[in-house]
Design a protein around this ligand. Structure first.
Ligand code: NDP
Ligand code: OXD
Length: 319
């Protein structure tokens, strides 16, 4: 008897991402991970699994036999924006390769501000030999907003240097050596924080949370002068104009931003030239395509062997 055909895999990176052409390239990569089944770039009744980042609205609803959707990244806001998204498990990417890249970014940016990288770069540019003060780690409190997989890994990496670590999450999740705050504890968390690091997902609740009000609640008199904000979560969590204004009038002493409400950041956005503002182009933790392919292969094998999918998103919470 002929073996039943295995459900095929739809790869759709998505319209509006600027990398639509990459669906074809990505499909070739996933074909290597799934030599036993068809990998396609258009919806069809044979599609059992979809791999996507920013699916065209309504596209996945055309796959009537869809069993699971895999996000290309840790975030799923792009996928959830589709009102007709089929009601099947949505799996996000959780992998040591991605986590370690994010940890690198956070540690890199914390040291940039603690050790005055932008000011030294300016002095070098001017040919000026001048020592700047730089507070020891013990004098700085880093407040991590969003204490999930990435926030916890960042805390583990920063603790050995001696920084005080605060963590804010909905549930007040904690770890040894960390002072935890829950949803109600936001003001207390901010008042105890010199460098706020956002690793929050984009949800209705986190929209625009890094704004003038939040900036005004951060610890004011700290060893860096003004407080500092880092954001590698999602651009929708910040009000860029508020951050820009606070950097220019000194309410913020610095910022490092990897994500923006509009990406790429428009050439005329004032943040490009705001004082002590470090900009990276949504590059903090780029997905490693091979690691993703292996991750999805493992998950598909598991689910077809009757096991549970891992890292399934809670659609009610939005992350
Ligand atoms: P997790 O789901 O593991 O963690 C999310 C954390 O945010 C949890 O601690 C959660 O609280 C907290 N949280 C969510 N909503 C709220 C809220 N309203 N108030 C307070 N806390 C809240 O996600 P990850 O750590 O894996 O990833 C976080 C985000 O990082 C992704 O969603 C994505 O947007 C972004 N990202 C960015 C990348 C980049 O290159 N810039 C790369 C990868 C991810 P609780 O623990 O109580 O549930
Ligand atoms: C992600 C991202 O969510 O790269 O993984 O932003």
């Amino acid at each position: 008897m002929a073996e039943p055909t295995k459900p095929s895999i739809l790869v759709t990176i998505g319209k509006g991402t600027g990398v639509e052409h990459e669906s074809e390239t990505a499909a070739k990569l996933f074909q290597m991970a799934f030599p036993d089944r068809e990998v396609v770039t258009e919806p069809s009744p044979g599609v059992g699994y979809a791999i996507t980042w920013h699916p065209p609205l309504g596209l996945l609803a055309q796959c009537e036999n869809l069993q699971a959707i895999f996000s290309l990244g840790a975030g799923v806001d792009h996928v959830l924006r589709d009102p007709d998204l089929p009601d099947v498990p949505l799996v996000r990417f959780v992998d040591p390769t991605l986590t370690s890249r994010m940890v690198e970014w956070v540690v890199w940016q914390v040291f940039n501000h603690q050790r005055r990288a932008a000011q030294y770069a300016q002095l070098q540019h001017e040919g000026t030999w001048k020592e700047l003060t730089s507070p020891p780690a013990e004098d700085l409190a880093i407040g991590i907003m969003g204490f999930g997989k990435l926030g916890q890994a960042a805390a583990k990496a920063l603790l050995p240097f001696g920084f005080k670590i605060n963590a804010w999450s909905r549930s007040g999740r904690t770890m040894d050596g960390v002072t935890a705050y829950d949803a109600e504890g936001l003001d207390a968390f901010l008042a105890a924080t010199n460098i706020a690091v956002s690793l929050l997902p984009a949800t209705a609740e986190t929209k625009g949370i890094i704004n003038t009000d939040l900036i005004g609640k951060l610890k004011k008199r700290g060893p860096l002068g003004g407080p500092v904000v880092l954001n590698a979560g999602r651009g929708d969590s910040q009000v860029s104009a508020d951050i820009d204004a606070a950097l220019r009038d000194g309410r913020l002493g610095g910022a490092s931003l990897d994500v923006f409400e509009t990406e790429p950041l428009p050439a005329d956005n004032p943040l490009w030239t705001a004082p002590n503002c470090i900009i990276t182009p949504h590059a903090a933790a780029v997905t490693d395509p091979r690691a993703l392919a292996m991750y999805i292969r493992r998950q598909v094998d598991a689910v077809e062997a009757g096991k549970e999918l891992e890292n399934v998103v809670d659609r009610g919470r939005g992350y």
